[in-house]
Design a protein around this ligand. Structure first.
Ligand SMILES: Nc1ncnc2c1ncn2[C@@H]1O[C@H](COP(=O)(O)OP(=O)(O)OP(=O)(O)O)[C@@H](O)[C@H]1O
Ligand SMILES: [Mg+2]
Length: 278
C-alpha cells in the first residue's frame, strides 16, 4: 500500500538569507489530491522542491511512511515525479520522444515495452506529432504537455505538480484532469502547488493555504475556500463559484459553494423556489 507523505515542521532558507518556508507541516495520503494554494512568493515552489528531495530543508524533515526521504536516496527519485513550474526547465533530451522516454528507461524499461509506454503517453497528451521535434523549440503549452507526457510515462507513485494549468489549453487541462483522477483511483499521492482556487476547489481532497512561508489554514476545499474575504485578504482569488454566489446573494448566511456544480445546484434550488438548505 502507498504510504503517507509528510513534511514535518519544514523550514527552508535560501543561501541569500530569504526565509521561504517557516515550520510547514503538510500530509498527503494514498489516493489523495492535496492542493497547496497561495499568492506569489508564498513558498509553494520551494515546498514542492523540498517534497521532491531537490532542496534539503534547513530544519524539519520530509517523511514517506514515517521514514525520512533523505534515507531513501535514489529509491525516492524513482517513485517521485515532478512537473516544474516552468516545464522548459526539465526538458533535457534532444527530441520530445527521448525526453518522454527518460523516466521509464531509468526504471529499466526497454524495447517494445518502452516504445509503447512512450507512445501512449504522447498520444494521451495529443502530441504524437511532436515526437521528433526538439523540446527546446516548443510553445509553453506544448512544453507543458511534453513534461506531463514524461510524468505519465514514468508513472510515479508520488506526483508533484507546480502550477500545472498555467499554460495549458482546454485539451491539455482535460489530459491533466485525467492524470489527477487516475492517480486518485490508483491510490497515488498528488500534491499540486497552485494559485488557482478553482483547481483546488474542483480537484483537491485537502487544501493548504500558504501565506509567507507558513500554512495559514487547511482542510477540505469547502472549509478553506468558501470565505472569499479571507482569501482576498491574503491575495488569492476566491473560487468562481464563491464570487458568483457572493455577487448574487451578498447577504446570504451560510457558506458559499466552492464548486461550480454545487453553485449550479444551489441556483436551481433557489430559482425553483424551494427552501434553501442554509
Ligand atoms: N533561488 C532563490 N534564491 C533566493 N530566494 C528565492 C529563490 N527562489 C525563491 N526565492 C524566494 O523564496 C520565496 C518563496 O518563493 P517560491 O518560488 O517558493 O514562491 P511561490 O509560492 O512558488 O510563488 P509563485 O506563485 O510566484 O510561483 C520568495 O520570497 C522568493 O523570492
Ligand atoms: Mg511557484
Amino acid at each position: 500500500m502507498t504510504p503517507w507523505l509528510e513534511a514535518r515542521e519544514v523550514s527552508f532558507r535560501y543561501p541569500d538569507g530569504t526565509a521561504a518556508l517557516d515550520g510547514v507541516t503538510i500530509r498527503a495520503g494514498p489516493g489523495e489530491i492535496v492542493a497547496v494554494l497561495g499568492p506569489n512568493g508564498s513558498g509553494k515552489t520551494t515546498l514542492l522542491m523540498v517534497l521532491a528531495d531537490l532542496l534539503e530543508p534547513t530544519s524539519g524533515e520530509v517523511l514517506l511512511g514515517g521514514r525520512p526521504i533523505s534515507a531513501l536516496r535514489d529509491g525516492y527519485r524513482r517513485i517521485c515525479g515532478v512537473l516544474f513550474q516552468n516545464p522548459r526547465d526539465q526538458l533535457l533530451a534532444p527530441t520530445v520522444w527521448e525526453d518522454v522516454a527518460l523516466g521509464p528507461s531509468q526504471l529499466g524499461l526497454r524495447g517494445e515495452e518502452l516504445r509503447s509506454r512512450v507512445e501512449s503517453a504522447l498520444s494521451a497528451l495529443g502530441i504524437s506529432h511532436l515526437a521528433r521535434r526538439s523540446p527546446h523549440r516548443l510553445s509553453s503549452g506544448q512544453a507543458a504537455r511534453v513534461a506531463l507526457a514524461g510524468l505519465l510515462a514514468h508513472d510515479p507513485m508520488i506526483i508533484l505538480l507546480d502550477e500545472p494549468t498555467a499554460s495549458l489549453d482546454l485539451e491539455g487541462r482535460r489530459a491533466l484532469e485525467g492524470i489527477l483522477l487516475d492517480a486518485r483511483l490508483r491510490k497515488k499521492i498528488v500534491v499540486v502547488a497552485t494559485q488557482s482556487s478553482d483547481l483546488a476547489a474542483e480537484f483537491a481532497d485537502r487544501v493548504y493555504l500558504m501565506v509567507e512561508g507558513r500554512i495559514r489554514s487547511s482542510g477540505r476545499p469547502e472549509e478553506v475556500l468558501s470565505d472569499g474575504d479571507e482569501l482576498e485578504s491574503v491575495g488569492v482569488e476566491p473560487p468562481t463559484a464563491v464570487r458568483v454566489f457572493r455577487a448574487l446573494f451578498p447577504h446570504s448566511p451560510g457558506r458559499a459553494p466552492v464548486r461550480l456544480g454545487e453553485l449550479t445546484q444551489e441556483l436551481l434550488r433557489r430559482l425553483s423556489g424551494r427552501p434553501h438548505r442554509g
